[in-house]
Design a protein around this ligand. Structure first.
Ligand code: APR
Length: 235
């Protein structure tokens, strides 16, 4: 594959699984043990803000204790030869910590907080130390209750259009570690041009979920990225 060509990678929880962060829908996944609508929705936050803050404070603290894995580093390394954009559903910062310079977060970022009145008000979106709990009574700059900068179910995805354009312009499109069941994010795979090479890395069979035209590398992220990079080199 010629240098500097555009590679777009769409990632999900699976790429961070080997760093010790649970996925959502696998056996013992987060939504197997926690009620998603109670803890990751605006109604849940209104009903019981303390329960929601406790849930995210625990995930933020966990994130401060884990590190990127070989899959994150391998994608960052690709930037040396190619124009790489990462579009992630993940709220962790492991892509950035591995050195990826262009990361679009569709579902928000655990390392940031925002206003509960206007979540996408840039004046209120701030980095917040991962080991500092967000508490009832903590105020955003607009005086509203502080909340994690996470896109909860049913909330608006601010970067969806930007991400769609990236996928439309990709010379190679890659999907790693997502069950492709959560929309609108999962719909992004449909924007890759027919003629471009498309790969999907996931250890599960993806039965009924493998999008048309994708070559399935049936492996865990840390193993699959090496065969993936060999495939890219031989394009
Ligand atoms: N390497 C690669 N993929 C893996 C690994 C691994 N080590 N372990 C599991 N997987 C795969 C699973 O087979 C599954 O297809 O990762 C996928 C994880 O799927 P989900 O748990 O559904 O996570 P994801 O697709 O990222 O969820 C999408 O749902 O809950 C919301 O907002 C949340 O962003 C999240 C969205």
């Amino acid at each position: 594959m010629k240098d500097c060509q555009k590679i777009v990678v769409f990632t999900g929880a699976g790429i961070s699984a080997e760093s010790g962060i649970s996925t959502f829908r696998d056996k013992n996944g987060l939504w197997e043990n926690y009620d998603a609508m109670r803890l990751a929705s605006i109604d849940g936050f209104r009903d019981d803000p303390k329960a929601v803050l406790d849930f995210y404070n625990a995930r933020r603290l966990q994130l401060s204790k884990v590190a990127p894995n070989h899959a994150h580093y391998a994608l960052a390394e690709l930037e040396k030869k190619y124009d790489v954009t990462i579009i992630t559903q993940n709220v962790d910062d492991l892509h950035e910590r591995a050195g990826s310079s262009r990361v679009i977060h569709l579902h928000g970022e655990l390392a940031k907080v925002t206003s509960s009145r206007e979540t996408e008000d840039d004046k209120c979106i701030k980095y917040y130390p991962l080991n500092l709990p967000i508490c009832i009574g903590d105020k955003a700059d607009d005086g509203s209750q502080l909340r994690p900068y996470i896109v909860w179910f049913g909330e608006y995805l601010r970067y969806m259009d930007e991400a769609r354009q990236e996928v439309e312009n990709a010379d190679v499109f890659i999907v790693i570690g997502t069950s492709l069941v959560v929309y609108p994010a999962a719909g992004i795979v449909g924007y890759a041009r027919n003629e471009v090479p498309k790969f999907l890395v996931d250890p599960s069979s993806m039965e009924g979920h493998l999008p048309y035209g994708f070559k399935h590398i049936k492996a865990k992220a840390t193993e699959g990225v090496d065969s993936l990079i060999n495939e890219i080199k031989s394009l």
